[in-house]
Design a protein around this ligand. Structure first.
Ligand code: XLS
Ligand code: NI
Ligand code: NI
Length: 436
């Protein structure tokens, strides 16, 4: 039984190929900068968008044609959908996938029933993982769709909702372990607030930290060795999401003694919603050894929300890969396409085009970044720019040998600082463009 009978296995045909169902740049076994493309990029398909996305938007209902759907939200349909998903992921040649508990299995009438539903689907996921060799990059719990979470989950004013969320995360974590997931993600969902008059902000943040500490305890208890990842996002659905950006989330983690237990899953569209570039967020996380994984997508510069489009911008892809190569890879992390086809792209084949485009963009970004690094022009310039810190007064300051008073004495004697070098922004941007 095939759900995509007209689509062959997607293969690499090279940059001159005109075949829209082939890779022009993603050549999984090709070695770039000492490692195969497959190992550098570690692509993942996002179950929620690709297999649960309907195409609905605030102005109208879903549009997606998904011939395998029978219109029910049954466990049987969920199990069948897993077969569809794995046929898709296998044909695409994508090594990983990611899911929320409620994407893969329907919510039951009670927590116990939800757990049972999940177990029934996890059996099929496991079977398909074994059959195909496709692996779980990360699992997570959906703590934002059901109306019980309307005030948030661990930051809800309702203590029972905190307890429910704890039970749900415990289960999702255990399922992730069972499926040998490489990471577990915490995106804030509705952890944040809209109205300052009905919100005890400090109390909610204390509760969020308590919840994450419990998650860490349970992780250790069950022996899950994957990485815990926080996925910051500044707004949406709430006005003030508690994990605003990497810098804010770092401050939160450190405040509550959690910084050693978490890293970040950085998403392009979240970075831009925070009025950052993706590269800024990645550099920040990476600079502190906190970059764990990436949600690769993009926003629409003319729309102010998380449009989750497929990443096709080579410039951004190259910047992302510059940072990833700069830190020696993503380790157990990967590039998850947290992206959905447009409402107007409603046929199943569009799912292939979308992922092929994203994979090719990042494969090209990888090659561009590797070439830039090989050439060394950027790294040399950067080193040069900070040369005043390599010896003399700069090195002494870095070594902690100075105070305001000794620096005053130094400057009084010297009179004026050495002249500044040019920043050479335009020249550097031209260098990048040489490789595009
Ligand atoms: C939503 C988030 C979400 C997370 C997983 O904006 O990107 O999809 O990646 O909960
Ligand atoms: Ni998002
Ligand atoms: Ni995401």
């Amino acid at each position: 039984m095939s759900y995509f009978p007209d689509v062959p296995k997607i293969v690499y045909e090279g940059p001159t190929s005109q075949n829209p169902l082939a890779f022009r740049h993603y050549n999984p076994d090709e070695i770039v900068a000492g490692r195969s493309m497959k190992d550098h990029l570690r692509f993942a398909v996002a179950y929620w968008h690709t297999f649960r996305g309907t195409g609905s938007d605030p102005f109208g209902p879903g549009t997606m044609l998904r011939p395998w759907e029978d219109g029910t939200d049954s466990v049987a349909m969920a199990q069948k959908r897993v077969r569809v998903a794995f046929e898709f992921i296998e044909k695409l040649g994508c090594p990983f996938y990611c899911f929320h508990d409620r994407d893969v299995a329907p919510e039951g009438k009670t927590l116990a029933e939800s757990h049972q539903n999940l177990d029934a689907v996890v059996r099929v996921l496991k079977e398909e993982q074994q059959r195909t060799g496709i692996r779980l990059l990360w699992g997570t719990a959906n703590l934002f769709s059901h109306p019980r979470f309307l005030h948030g989950a661990s930051t809800s004013c309702n203590a029972d909702v905190f307890a429910y969320a704890a039970a749900q995360v415990q289960k999702a974590l255990e399922v992730t372990l069972e499926l040998d997931g490489a990471n577990y993600v915490f995106w804030g969902g509705r952890e944040g607030y809209v109205n300052p008059y009905n919100t005890d902000l400090r109390r909610e943040l204390d509760h969020l930290a308590k919840f994450l500490h419990m998650a860490v305890d349970h992780k250790k208890k069950i022996g899950f060795t994957g990485t815990f990842l926080i996925e910051p996002k500044p707004h949406e659905p709430t006005s003030h999401q508690y994990d605003f950006d990497c810098a804010n989330a770092m401050a939160f983690l450190r405040t509550y003694g959690l910084e050693k237990e978490f890293r970040f899953n950085v998403e392009t569209n979240h970075a831009t919603l925070a009025k950052h570039t993706m590269m800024h967020e990645l550099l920040y996380a990476s600079g502190y050894g906190m970059l764990g994984s990436i949600d690769a997508n993009r926003g629409d510069p003319l729309l102010g929300w998380d449009t989750d489009q497929f990443p096709t911008d080579l410039y951004t892809a190259a910047q992302v890969m510059l940072v990833v190569l700069g830190q020696g890879g993503l380790g157990a992390g990967g590039l998850n396409f947290d992206a959905k086809v447009r409402r107007e792209s409603f046929e199943p084949i569009d799912l292939f085009y979308a992922h092929i485009g994203g994979m090719d963009a990042f494969a090209q970004g990888l090659k561009i970044a590797a070439a830039i690094r090989q050439d060394g022009a950027l790294t040399e310039f950067l080193q040069q720019r900070y040369a005043s810190w390599d010896n003399g007064i700069g090195a002494e300051i870095e070594a902690g040998k100075h105070s305001f008073e000794t620096l005053t004495a130094y400057m009084l004697q010297k009179g004026n600082p050495a002249p500044n070098p040019s920043g050479r922004q335009e020249m550097l941007e031209n260098i990048i463009n040489r490789y595009l």
